[in-house]
Design a protein around this ligand. Structure first.
Ligand code: HAM
Length: 422
């Protein structure tokens, strides 16, 4: 009896060719948009020392507490498959002293898989792909508005259905402690209604309770104090300027003072974008400011802001289909048995010139091959039978308008290149 075939790990998925072309188109548009804002690509490792994320993302977060793929390698070192890109990017930023000279603005973007051991469901995977951007070196609220503008333009460039931008400010080291104290007081009085996890963490990190999915905690939090009543003058002024900037750029936003984001490094501006038609996992992007992360990771005091988009969710929420060339062959060679060797040589000659060629490995009937040529989306069919072999002149059929013409085999490369570029 045959063995059961091995299946992919739960919560990960294959991107099949039909989706991969759209995937690459989304990436292409992201690159184009990032370039317009002066961002440069950085390619980061997929695994890091575990402490990069424990310190960066925060010990009390769900990601660090229960979602990381952490393992010891043969040398006994604890390594983790990256659950997100910001902590890695900050590690690289410090390691390569990208902050030199002081005042430098560094704008980076990255693509790639992230790994979180979450409960798989529609739109939630254990390996998923992010497109991320990080802007280092600017404290100004205009940087926040500009980062959000970049995100917004990209979302529009890929026809995302019903995007909504939610905005909040989490304050800073001046205004957060009094707010935290108020929140801890509030939670202490309602401790028994919190889930076990929140009972254990609310004293150390009360903001996390806003993000808890347990029903009891969610109920309690509907009445909890919110940060917007506690901003210090600087944070208030910063947030006001961000909002003004968004208004100047005609970006619609909704304030949500309960949005704290699932990662601990944020301060001041945080934001999320949702899209229509995604069910409960409808967040397609999230980000915010993290002015202390670089200093707390052992680097200089450099402020930063960034965001990341989830590619699987983006692809699910594209409304009007994107127009792009899905990479059809230029020429489909249709040949008879007697011309098999010649067809093989011609395919080689054309491919060496950079022409995209398709042909069967074994000639079926002419009709069958013409059917395949049509289906392939090729612009031309190059037909070679016995007669064409004898006269050294093939037939070139334009598959878009069904006209055909003889074409000498001798200088096929030049004539085809000419026709393809005309
Ligand atoms: P995040 O909100 O954890 O932020 O993730 C960003 C986006 O990644 C989400 O909005 C969602 O689209 C996608 N995503 C997250 N988890 C999953 C999952 N399990 N399955 C599918 N998609 C998922 C961050 O990762 C921050 N590093 C963003 C950032 C950059 N903040 C500042 N700079």
């Amino acid at each position: 009896m045959a063995n059961n075939p091995i299946k992919a790990v739960k919560g990960v998925k294959d991107i099949l060719p039909a989706d991969a072309t759209l995937w690459r188109e989304v990436e292409r548009r992201a690159r184009a948009q990032f370039a317009r804002f002066g961002f440069k690509e950085i390619v980061l490792p997929i695994f890091e020392k575990t402490e990069v994320f424990v310190k960066g993302v925060g010990e009390e977060t769900d990601i660090v507490q229960k979602e990381m793929y952490t393992f010891q390698d043969q040398g006994g070192e604890s390594l983790t498959l990256r659950p997100e890109g910001t902590a890695s990017c900050v590690r690289a930023f410090i390691e390569h002293s990208m902050y030199h000279p002081p005042g430098t603005i560094t704008k980076l973007y990255y693509f790639g898989p992230m790994f979180r051991r979450e409960r798989p469901q529609a739109g939630r995977f254990r390996q998923f792909y992010q497109i991320g951007a990080e802007l280092f070196g600017a404290l100004e609220p205009e940087a926040d508005a500009e980062a959000i503008h970049l995100l917004w333009l990209f979302i529009q460039s890929i026809n995302i259905k019903g995007p909504r931008l939610y905005l909040n400010s989490l304050g800073c080291d001046t205004c957060r402690p009094p707010f935290r104290a108020a929140l801890v007081n509030f939670l202490t009085a309602r401790k028994e209604r919190l889930c076990e996890t929140c009972q254990g963490r609310y004293q150390r990190n009360p903001l996390r309770v806003f993000d808890c999915k347990a029903q009891g905690c969610q109920q309690v939090m509907t009445e909890a104090p919110t940060i917007d009543k506690h901003y210090c003058p600087d944070c208030q002024a910063h947030f006001d300027r961000v909002k003004k900037g968004l208004e100047a750029l005609a970006i619609p936003y909704e304030l949500n003072s309960r949005m704290v984001r699932g990662l601990d490094y944020y301060n001041r501006t945080v934001f999320e974008v949702t899209a229509e038609g995604l069910g409960s996992q409808n967040s397609i992007a999230g980000g915010g400011r993290y002015d202390d992360l670089i200093k707390n990771s052992g680097g200089p005091a450099v402020p930063a802001i960034g965001f990341a988009l989830g590619v699987e969710r983006l692809l699910e929420s594209i409304g009007t289909p994107l127009e792009f060339s899905p990479g059809h062959p230029d020429v489909f060679i249709v040949y008879m048995e007697a011309a098999a060797d010649e067809a093989f040589r011609i395919a080689g000659r054309l491919r060496r010139t950079g022409i995209a060629v398709e042909k069967a490995f074994k000639p079926a009937s002419l009709k069958n091959q013409m059917g395949k040529a049509d289906k392939s989306g090729a612009r031309f069919a190059l037909i070679i039978g016995e007669e064409e072999l004898a006269t050294r002149t093939a037939i070139l059929k334009n598959l878009k308008n069904s006209t055909q013409q003889p074409i000498p085999l001798a200088n096929l490369e030049e004539s085809l290149t000419g026709l393809l570029t005309s």
